[in-house]
Design a protein around this ligand. Structure first.
Ligand code: COI
Length: 353
């Protein structure tokens, strides 16, 4: 090695052949698009099951202009991460949970879905094929983005005749431009992310288009992101555009309960278990926007954002600031140490490749 990070050679656990890391600036990863080497594609017809897919070179895909995904938004996505451990092994965090959530979402969106076993297996295959894109330990992670879509052509509104399951991956660092520094949120009072009976509880592609307007307005005013309220009472917290939200008050950690309008985050669920194991009391319930006023700490959780401390929240023109060095930092450390293989995996959450 010439000592440059880009020529660091890492042992491949599958082939025992040293692979060279991709030639990118590993010290300045953000959360943006980077083209990698391979993507996985598997197709099936309506009424059939996914059975055989293949790795292809990463690149554009062909879709009918009349495909259900383009015309009617029949699609879901997932998000999970792979970390490179110091010993060279690659770690996935609870991938079967993403497979299960994709199945639940597929049921809601009238789509067939891969089995959990197929999901985990194809994620592994795609990660290994793109191994040189997994950041060195401590520099970030490989973000894995599975998509499930109605790729067949329709015109009348109906489920597509053909479906595509696709996985692409890319190296990422911190999600927010603030890095690990506290983010500043604004509570949105006019627009809503989801409605009861809608698709807010699954990872439907359209849920994320629906928040762009409020998010853009918030960013234009200097906020990091938007915190949404329930659409019925306009009083209970739901989630942030790209993550779940938690409040801390003394030894009690509260987060909005899953009731169909909130995305059941895998990081959310994991943080609840980590907090319980550390002796916190955790409440999944309706949390009012007024409770923001006297919370000690607020933080967000998500695969992309991990655990992000919230420095302030602005609601109806009033800004409330929070302490940020306590609970969220403690939970962030506990979770990421586990994900990076630095602490013992007592929960059996890690899948090692
Ligand atoms: C994730 O955290 O993985 C997500 O899917 C959120 C997305 C907006 C980046």
């Amino acid at each position: 090695s010439n000592g440059s990070g880009n020529t660091l050679r890492v042992a491949s656990p599958t082939s025992n052949v040293a692979t060279e890391l991709a030639d990118i600036d590993w010290d300045n990863l953000g959360f943006g698009f980077i083209a990698t080497d391979y993507m996985y594609i598997m197709k099936c017809s309506q009424g059939e099951n996914f059975s055989k897919g293949e790795l292809q070179r990463f690149g554009n895909i062909e879709l009918s202009p009349s495909s259900a995904i383009l015309n009617y938004g029949q699609g879901l996505f997932e998000g999970l991460k792979a970390y490179r451990k110091h010993d060279g092994n690659i770690l996935l965090f609870r991938p079967e949970e993403n497979g299960l959530r994709l199945q639940m979402g597929a049921e809601r969106m009238c789509m067939p879905s891969p089995t959990v076993e197929q999901f985990v297996e194809t994620v592994k295959v795609t990660v290994l094929a793109n191994e040189r894109w997994i950041p060195p330990p401590g520099k970030g992670s490989l973000y894995i983005r599975p998509l499930l879509m109605g790729s067949g052509a329709v015109l009348g509104l109906a489920p597509a005749p053909e479906y595509t399951f696709l996985i692409y991956v890319l190296p990422v660092g911190n999600y927010f431009k603030e890095g690990l520094a506290p983010i500043n949120l604004i509570v949105e009072t006019e627009m809503h992310r989801a409605t009861p009976g809608g698709t807010g509880g699954v990872k439907a592609i359209g849920n994320y288009a629906a928040v762009l307007k409020a998010q853009s307005a918030a960013k234009a005013k200097g906020f990091s992101d938007v915190l949404y309220l329930d659409s019925v009472h306009k009083r209970y917290l739901e989630e942030v555009s790209s993550c779940n939200v938690f409040l801390v008050k003394g030894n009690v950690i509260s987060t909005p309960a899953i009731k169909g309008t909130i995305l059941p985050g895998i990081t959310r669920k994991s943080i609840i278990d980590v907090a319980l194991s550390q002796g916190f009391q955790v409440e999944e319930r309706s949390v009012t926007v007024d409770e923001l006023l006297d919370a000690d700490e607020v933080f967000c959780t998500g695969t992309a954002v991990v655990v992000s401390p919230v420095g302030s929240i602005t609601y109806q023109g009033k800004r409330v600031s929070y302490g940020v060095d306590g609970v969220s930092q403690q939970l962030y450390s506990a979770l990421t140490s586990l994900q990076m293989g630095l602490t013992e995996d007592k929960m059996d959450w890690i899948v090692e490749l």
